[in-house]
Ligand binder design. Structure first.
Ligand SMILES: [Zn+2]
Length: 436
């Protein structure tokens, strides 16, 4: 069969090739640092010379000048709210963009979980970089030409939908995009489709997994017959924890990998290799930092702080973009041979409930409850006068005191448990919301 050369690059690679792009993925540390410095210098030049008014205003106010590229930590951070405010002041698309609507070759918008949507406009270099980063991610997950990969991710203007068809095609992996299971009927249809097509890999959120397990039950089938021997990219923060991950791998008979990304950054994708050491960041496109949420200064490796990303070599510049996610970095050698930084994201900064100075994230609660049937739960702080109480509502019939002891021990702060009826918390069709 003839295949168009520019469409399918995978014909150059064999199934046994370890890396999608060996030169980029195993770049020595010094070469990588030099590459990132050149990339930042290009971004800095563009900001002042195009110019990009949003950044020149902010950076002039901070005493920065065009001629000299500052230390990254000296550059003020930008948040999604800053970009929204800029768009409100300079409608409709703001003064922060380096790719306008007329130059864009792809468009997406970030999920509207809060506030109004923010559009991502991608130029030609962004699309090419997105395809490269995501093809690399697909390969890192262990998928190879001839494999079939399925996911119920949204289509339309959803971020990955802007380029998903390009990168799967390039890897030679057959994508089976079924769309979110909005109703039990749709979920059963997806299960039947998978029984027919037998995917080698799945990408699922934990809530979707539960929906499909239930759908298979309703069909008199066992969902683990579909996952046995496959690779499952499970979007759930608890998969960063060895206990919950091993339990889930045994349950599904599969290999679990984690992936990370961010809709605001064109093509941002990163995946774990077979050693499960955290996701391998595409360091040739993204400079990632973990910083103190207040001062913006880089933290020591392993410390948890805000994830801040600077894009290099793209058309769409984002400089010191604070994703307001809590993350940790690790650049110790990985046995797979990939170099550079790996990261783990632990949750949204806004989801952290700080109690007596201790930040508590839903993933911490989930980790503690995992060995006890992994029930659904919600966490919130109840204010009463000057004192607050950390309330965890847990589905199930166990004595509340037992859950309280368990969580208080695991989290290091006093917890009030409220037991609620199994099945009473909503099952999100895409992403669960665990703070209220
Ligand atoms: Zn690795």
């Amino acid at each position: 069969m003839h295949r168009a050369e520019n469409l399918v690059r995978a014909t150059d690679l064999s199934r046994t090739d370890r890396f999608w792009n060996e030169a980029a993925e195993t770049m020595p540390e010094e070469a990588l640092r030099a590459h990132q410095e050149r990339g930042l210098a290009e971004v800095w030049h563009r900001i002042w010379n195009e110019p990009i008014p949003f950044y020149t205003r902010r950076y002039s106010d901070a005493g920065l000048r065009s001629g000299q590229v500052p230390d990254l930590d000296a550059i003020p951070r930008t948040t999604k709210n800053d970009l929204r405010a800029d768009e409100a002041a300079n409608p409709p698309f703001g003064s922060h963009r380096s790719v306008g609507l007329d130059q864009a070759v792809r468009i997406s918008k970030t999920t509207g979980t809060s506030g109004r949507p923010v559009f991502t406009l991608m130029g030609e270099r962004d699309l090419e970089a997105a395809i490269e980063m995501q093809a690399r991610t697909t390969w890192t997950l262990g998928l190879r030409p001839g494999d079939r990969f399925t996911h119920p991710w949204p289509g339309g203007l959803y971020v990955s939908a802007a380029f998903t068809n390009f990168f799967y095609t390039r890897t030679g992996v057959l994508e089976i995009p079924v769309g979110p299971p909005a109703t039990p009927d749709e979920a059963r249809e997806h299960v039947e489709l998978w029984q027919l097509l037998r995917p080698h890999g799945f990408m699922l959120t934990m809530s979707q997994l539960q929906i499909y397990v239930d759908a298979a039950d309703a069909l008199g089938a066992d969902f683990t017959d579909l996952t046995a021997g496959t690779t499952v990219s499970l979007y759930d923060l608890s998969m960063n924890l060895p206990g919950p991950r091993t339990r889930m791998e045994k349950l599904l008979g599969c290999r679990i990998r984690t992936q990370s990304g961010a809709g605001d950054i064109p093509g941002f994708g990163a995946a774990e290799c077979e050693y499960g050491t955290g996701v391998h960041v595409p360091n040739d496109y993204l400079i990632v930092q973990v910083v103190d949420p207040v001062t913006g200064r880089s933290l020591r490796e392993g410390e948890m702080g805000h994830l801040v990303v600077t894009t290099i070599g793209l058309d769409a510049n984002l400089v010191r973009f604070d994703l307001e996610d809590l993350a940790t970095l690790d650049s110790s050698p990985c046995p797979c041979g990939r170099t550079g930084t790996r990261m783990r994201v632990w949750g949204r900064s806004s989801e952290a409930l700080t109690f007596d100075g201790v930040p508590v994230l839903p993933v911490h609660v989930q980790g503690a409850l995992d060995e006890h049937g992994a029930p659904e739960f919600q966490v919130h702080l109840e204010e009463s006068g000057t004192a607050g109480r950390l309330i965890v509502s847990v589905e199930g019939t166990r004595p509340a005191a037992e859950i309280e002891d368990l969580l208080t021990g695991a989290l290091g702060v006093p917890v009030t448990a409220r037991m609620i009826e199994p099945g009473s918390l909503p099952r999100a069709a895409f992403k669960p919301r665990r703070t209220g």
